[in-house]
Design a protein around this ligand. Structure first.
Ligand code: NAD
Length: 477
């Protein structure tokens, strides 16, 4: 064990395995190494696949009620220890304690939701239209799932995959991001404490990501890939999975528009923007990335947003007094600064709303006014506390610009009333639309994107189907 309440080995077949090569985990607020954990080789990865494959033979036929009870217990443990989880998230990811607590509670809810779904997997019975046979449709667990998760939500991205997979009767090999592996190790231990049998959940942490993943995806014992991360890596993995025609679910990048229509309540829109933009310091796939604001309210909205940004206290996320923590790494922070430099080169005035601490991967928040649609800040997923504002005169033009992206994860619409908001929501090319609110994610709702933001849905009633295979029996009854 490290000084932190987390195991440092790989989890394979219920055992914590130490490796000779280590993976250091850094606190981005202080640049100190907070743990040294296992660094899996290709052969460790394949051992994890073998363990998951063996465990699948029993777990897939374990009564759903029993699987549900393990998940329910995991929810209870995680809820009781939400602060421990939040502390790990803040330490390795940098995010503010309030965001980390929110994430830990949200992550736990996936265990509760899918504990309820486990025993409600439906089949279907009907007569063929010609009445020559009956059609019985069954769903069965697909097999061993390989899961790859990003660094921005180290807890929720893991439970959003593990909970439905285990509910469906699948077993898992989870590979968390190497920047934030501790939370995933802690969650796996919670599942063991909740009664998950050895091999049902395996965790490999590694810096040899490409080699280990290629070997795992090429292994015929793997039945599905569940990936959350960038569209760039997602596309690369889709090419690999094509070789085996491997079912894949992809939760990829976003470039969410935030529309403020004529007549919208500006104060409500600013409050919504603070949530949609600043949760996780802007490092969320759902983060509002481009603000399209009707010209009648653009100046008022920008001024109020700037003043809300200026009021944020910036510092180590682990200190609960801070509103905005560090970015996950200097590399990620510098990517944001680089985009701002490019925007400045395009003639925009770039001025921070406040000042960030010098030590640590901190960045101040920015409101950037008078941005042109099609420029750097509207084309790229900024993944940080930057709010570019584009004003528009005509609603159709605002909607056209908002939809003008290869991404389609989420859109935000602020309108004078919900009816107008929903009318516009139906025109948005995104898998999710938040109307007059800054947050849409809910374990009971289908999360996922259109266009290059992904394939499939997580959460809701759909989430469990990513881990089920459909089989049809033609029977003369
Ligand atoms: P990333 O794509 O760089 O990494 C994601 C995961 O993929 C990590 O675990 C990483 O180690 C792994 N990976 C990287 N190269 C790989 C390879 N060659 N083979 C196999 N695995 C590989 O993304 P990131 O920077 O960690 O996360 C940020 C991105 O994730 C953003 O684009 C964000 O929008 C997206 N995201 C999407 C959702 C969603 O639900 N749609 C949720 C969170 C984050």
């Amino acid at each position: 064990m490290s000084p932190l309440p987390v195991q440092t080995g790989l989890l394979i077949n219920g055992e914590w395995l130490q490796t000779a090569e280590k993976l250091p985990v850094m606190d981005p607020a202080t640049f100190t190494v907070i743990a040294e954990i296992g660094n899996a080789s290709v052969s460790d990865g394949l051992d994890a696949v073998a363990a998951a494959h063996d465990a699948f033979q029993t777990w897939s036929v374990t009564p759903a009620r029993q699987r549900a009870e393990v998940l329910r217990k995991a929810f209870e443990i995680m809820s009781a220890e939400v602060e421990t989880c939040a502390r790990l998230i803040s330490l390795e990811n940098g995010k503010a304690t309030r965001d980390a607590l929110g994430e830990a509670a949200y992550a736990a809810e996936f265990f509760r939701w899918f504990s309820e779904e486990a025993s409600r997997i439906e089949g279907d019975f009907r007569y063929a239209p010609a009445r020559d046979k009956t059609i019985i449709t069954d769903h069965r667990p697909i097999g061993v799932a390989y899961m790859i998760t990003p660094w921005n939500f180290p807890a929720a991205m893991a439970t959003r995959k593990l909970a439905p997979a285990l509910a469906a009767g699948c077993t898992a090999v989870l590979k968390p991001a190497s920047e934030t592996p501790l939370t995933a190790l802690w969650i796996a231990e919670v599942l063991l404490r909740a009664g998950a049998p050895a091999g049902v959940v395996n965790v490999i942490t590694t810096t040899h990501t490409g080699d280990v993943s290629t070997a795992i995806l090429g292994d015929p014992r793997i039945a599905t890939l569940s990936f959350t991360g960038s569209t760039f890596v997602g596309k690369m993995l889709l090419k690999q999975t094509a070789d085996r025609v491997l079912p894949s679910s992809m939760e990829l990048g976003g470039n969410a528009p935030f529309l403020v229509l004529e007549g919208a309540d500006v104060d409500a829109a600013v409050s919504g923007a603070m949530i949609a933009k600043m949760r996780n310091g802007g490092a969320a796939c759902t983060a509002a990335n481009r603000f399209y604001v009707h010209e009648s309210v653009a100046s008022d909205f920008s001024t109020k947003l700037e003043s809300a940004f200026a009021g944020l206290q910036i510092g180590p996320g682990i200190d609960a007094a801070n509103d905005l923590g560090a970015m996950v790494s200097v590399k990620e922070r510098d990517k944001i600064l680089e985009l701002l430099t490019q925007a400045e080169g395009e003639g925009l005035t770039i001025a921070a709303a406040s000042e960030a601490p010098k030590l640590g991967a901190f960045i101040a928040p920015y409101v950037v006014r008078d941005v042109l649609h099609g420029s750097t800040l509207t084309r790229n997923e900024v993944f940080g506390p930057v709010a570019p504002i584009v004003s528009f005169a005509d609603e159709d033009e605002g909607i056209r610009m908002a939809n003008d992206t290869e991404y389609g994860l989420i859109s935000y619409v602020f309108a004078k009333d919900p009816g107008t908001g929903v009318k516009v929501a139906r025109r948005m090319e995104s898998g999710m639309v938040a109307v007059n609110r800054g947050l849409a994610s809910d374990p009971a709702a289908p999360f996922g994107g259109m266009k290059e933001s992904g394939l499939g849905r997580e959460g809701g009633f759909a989430g469990i189907h990513e881990f089920l295979e459909t089989q049809y029996f033609a029977v003369d009854l």
